[in-house]
Design a protein around this ligand. Structure first.
Ligand code: SAM
Ligand code: DTB
Ligand code: SF4
Length: 346
């Protein structure tokens, strides 16, 4: 069977599900070749952006996300904690910076922050930013005013995932709508903050639904600046524990298609790395992943040891992306206006 021809196109926001599905259906070598080509047109393929995560408020969440160990309704052994102090967060951020991270992401197990929480998180953001780190937060749904306050505190990125395709969403989450997620992303974009938005694969969705997730992400009014692709971390006690494992090559395909659809975005090889072989991770970098979570813990579950990651970077000739500091702002070394108007294979 003939593969679809490779035609250069501009950044697109009008992908059909069939077009995205056709990319998934390419032969593995053809798909990886196209993704690797688009990757190097837009980035130095030896550079990987490195983010460290910290759970600043763990567990006790009222939502019912079927994958999540922090939902209060599942018995996962995660103890609920209060919001951490700014001092304790700052200490962790200093450690992350010393270990080589360029971005520090603060996560809270909230459906949405209460207005009274915003000044506390804003203080954390100001202090972390003063260290010269890029700042990211993931706190649940945000109102326009909350987004404005976080932006004013110096928040660079807001992480809010679509998680899965619109037509699989109701199998996974019942306590908030897909549209609620789109609304939060709009509030974040409207105040000029960068978006970090992706999803989880390996939750029992079909290939067509993986295509649907990536199609929805690429068709947002602006491509997310960072696109985390998480492989489900199965946690005992959550409804998704025991789900059939996703074929590792299908995970690599998902990374490759994300790279093709969103050529200028940082595609992050996110949760699930701890149980991946070095060879599988290398395939993900070849497929266009150029960002990772770094540090022994994600929010509540494990991540590879920093020693293992450093050894992998050395073996693959990869290096952490440096951040550039300009007046009042920090950003990764590759800026939109420095990269060529990219093309992508469709
Ligand atoms: N509570 C906030 C929210 O849901 O918007 C922010 C934190 S929440 C833990 C951030 C993201 O982590 C989720 O949207 C989901 O994509 C990811 N996540 C949570 N549990 C996961 C798991 N077991 N495996 C993979 N990704 C997971
Ligand atoms: C994202 O897409 N993945 C991260 C981050 N954004 C917040 C979270 C992964 C969480 C994995 C399960 C846990 O450690 O609790
Ligand atoms: Fe709560 Fe976020 Fe976990 Fe959903 S993903 S249960 S909103 S912490």
């Amino acid at each position: 069977m003939q593969t679809p021809p490779q035609a250069p196109t501009v950044l697109r926001h009008d992908w059909s599900r069939a077009e995205v599905r056709a990319l998934f259906d390419l032969s593995f070598p053809e798909l990886l070749h196209r993704a690797a080509s688009v990757h190097r047109e837009n980035f130095d393929p030896a550079e990987v952006q490195v983010s460290t995560l910290l759970s600043v408020k763990t567990g006790g969440c009222p939502e019912d996300c079927s994958y999540c160990p922090q939902a209060a309704r599942y018995h996962t052994g995660v103890d609920a904690t209060k919001l951490m102090s700014t001092e304790a967060v700052l200490e962790k951020a200093k450690q992350a910076k010393a270990a080589g991270a360029s971005r520090f992401c603060m996560g809270a197990a909230w459906r949405s922050p209460k207005d009274r929480d915003i000044p506390k998180v804003a203080a954390m953001i100001r202090e972390v930013k003063a260290l010269g780190l890029e700042t990211c937060a993931t706190l649940g749904m945000l109102s326009g005013d909350q987004a404005k306050s976080l932006k004013a505190a110096g928040l660079d990125y807001y992480n809010h995932n679509l998680d899965t395709a619109p037509d699989f969403y109701n199998e996974i989450i019942h306590t908030r709508e897909f549209q609620d997620r789109l609304d939060t992303l709009e509030h974040v974009r409207d105040v000029g903050m960068k978006t970090c938005c992706g999803g989880i694969v390996g939750m029992g969705e079909s290939r067509g639904q993986r295509a649907g997730l990536l199609q929805t992400l690429a068709n947002l009014p602006a491509h997310p600046d960072s696109v985390p692709i998480n492989r489900l971390v199965q946690v005992e006690g959550t409804p998704l524990a025991g789900t059939a494992e996703l074929d590792p090559f299908e995970f690599v395909r998902t990374i490759a298609v994300a790279r093709l659809l969103m050529p200028k975005s940082m595609v992050r090889l996110s949760a699930g790395r701890e149980s991946m072989s070095d060879e599988l991770q290398a395939l993900c970098f070849l497929a266009g992943a150029n960002s990772i979570f770094y540090g022994e813990k994600l929010l509540t579950t494990g991540n590879p040891d920093t020693e293992r990651d450093m050894a992998l970077f050395a073996r693959l000739g990869l290096r952490p992306m440096q951040i550039v500091e300009t007046a009042g702002t920090v950003h990764a070394s590759i800026e939109e206006d420095e990269v060529p108007a990219h093309t992508c294979a469709a």
